[in-house]
Design a protein around this ligand. Structure first.
Ligand SMILES: *Cc1c(COP(=O)(O)O)cnc(C)c1O
Length: 424
């Protein structure tokens, strides 16, 4: 469900025409829908609230890496969202957007001492530990600050899942988390230290998961470990279930509903009397955003191959080049008539700058507008200025109003960021 629909023959984001936005802001540009963000958060919140008996006052911590724009974070913050963060920069963004520290989780496989000290100083809710070496460093850092931050041990349950090998994180060979036996040992070690307070376990096995079975298997591992740890006299009050639930990208597998996902979690955690946390990224943001782009030209080769050359490129939306990801491509003015196979490409000088091959699309012309749907997560956050293309801007729509929430830098701004070495 999203709020990008045609009105009077023109695709709109809620009440705002995408043609208007293209005229006013230029293309390419990301456009986000407030109503869609709120709807997705609200569905998950309602599902969690319906299972308070099993999940406690569950925290929904938006995975900031999926979309870290301050206005997007502030929209979710006002609905009560927390944040799952993986760097000091993300913690700073979450705080700046109004997410209180007590709703911020700090995850990630390579937190520096400086970042750990920052997280302790601002008082984040919980630091998720991913290795014994990291636990040792955290204890040292916390001792210097005379603190005892809450920690969860991130378990690698040896259950990998996800839409692509590069977004699978829970397999034995993946760099994330600690194997079960080692996690139990780490937890006991953490319990013995005055400078960390172990509160629970965490897992996150992958992204764009479209089947509940691997998630359920991972949650069961956490539930069993909870009982084992309690049997050893350790307190376990929180289970962080990670993110990873997939979204419908047109043409792909249909994922389970958030309600079914939360109900499954409640079934597995029933009776444990823990407080659950969910860390959705894609689920909240993917279908709340589109990348709006203009056709530069249509090239037809003598062998019949048709190329749709857009003004958006792999530097603006990396997912197809990085993960072979599928994004539906929809004309802003729906066109009837025959559809033809097109290779949809950007102007960057790499063959990888291909969004789709042999995609059936209506016949378009130069200056037509199209959108990539499902681009609100892992889109703008991964954008770069490769090929010296100014960083892609972002717009937030709310009903009939809209705002540029990250402007496109001018060429002057882009060049001014680089001082010449003083000997040149
Ligand atoms: C990336 C990530 C998430 C969010 O994943 P989605 O697939 O976007 O829901 C949640 N938790 C952790 C630890 C992550 O690294």
């Amino acid at each position: 469900m999203h709020h990008f629909e045609p009105k009077d023959g023109v695709l709109h984001a809620e009440g705002v025409s995408l043609e208007t936005l293209a005229d006013e802001v230029g293309t390419p540009v990301y456009v986000y829908s407030t109503a869609t963000l709120k709807r997705h958060y609200g569905l998950l919140r309602a599902a969690a609230d319906a299972h308070r008996d099993a999940l406690g006052e569950a925290l929904i911590a938006f995975a900031v890496k999926a979309n870290s724009n301050l206005s997007v974070l502030a929209t979710l913050a006002r609905m009560g969202s927390g944040a799952d963060t993986v760097s000091e920069g993300e913690i700073r963004r979450a705080l700046a957007a109004g997410i209180p520290a007590e709703r911020i989780i700090f995850s990630g496989v390579g937190k520096t001492d400086v970042e750990l000290a920052f997280a302790i100083a601002v008082g984040v809710r919980q630091i998720n530990i991913e290795s014994g070496a990291e636990l040792d460093r955290l204890i040292q850092v916390a001792a210097l600050l005379d603190a005892s931050p809450a920690v969860a041990v991130r378990v690698n349950p040896n259950i990998g899942a996800g839409g692509h090998a590069k977004i699978t994180t829970g397999g034995k060979g993946d760099k994330f988390g600690v194997p079960v036996d080692e996690a139990l040992e780490l937890y006991a070690r953490a319990s013995a230290s005055p400078h960390v307070t172990p509160v629970g376990l965490a897992c996150h096995i992958g992204s764009q998961i479209t089947d509940l079975a691997p998630l359920e298997a991972a949650f069961r591992v956490l539930a069993e470990m909870t009982l084992t740890l309690r049997g050893q006299g350790c307190a376990v009050t929180r289970l962080d279930l990670g993110g990873g639930l997939g979204v419908p990208y047109a043409g792909g597998a249909a994922p389970p509903s958030p309600a079914d996902y939360v109900a499954m979690a409640a079934r597995v955690l029933a009776g444990l009397e823990v407080e659950a946390a969910f860390e959705p990224g894609r689920l909240l943001a993917a279908n709340a955003g589109v990348l709006l782009s203009q056709v530069i030209q249509v090239t037809e080769r003598s062998d019949g191959r048709r190329f749709l050359v857009l003004d958006a490129a792999m530097n603006d939306l990396m997912r197809p080049a990085l993960y072979d990801a599928f994004h539906d491509i929809v004309p802003v003015r729906p066109r009837s008539g025959a559809r033809r196979p097109h290779d949809v490409v950007g102007p960057v000088c790499e063959t990888g700058d291909t969004f789709a091959r042999d995609r059936d699309l209506p016949v378009l012309e130069a200056e037509d507008l199209v959108v990539f749907t499902g681009a609100g997560a892992y889109g703008a956050v991964m954008a770069s200025e490769y090929n010296s293309r100014p960083l892609v801007p972002e717009v937030l729509v709310d009903g009939d109003r809209w705002a540029v929430i990250r402007p496109r830098p001018t060429y002057e701004e882009m060049l001014d960021r680089e001082p010449f070495a003083d000997w040149l």
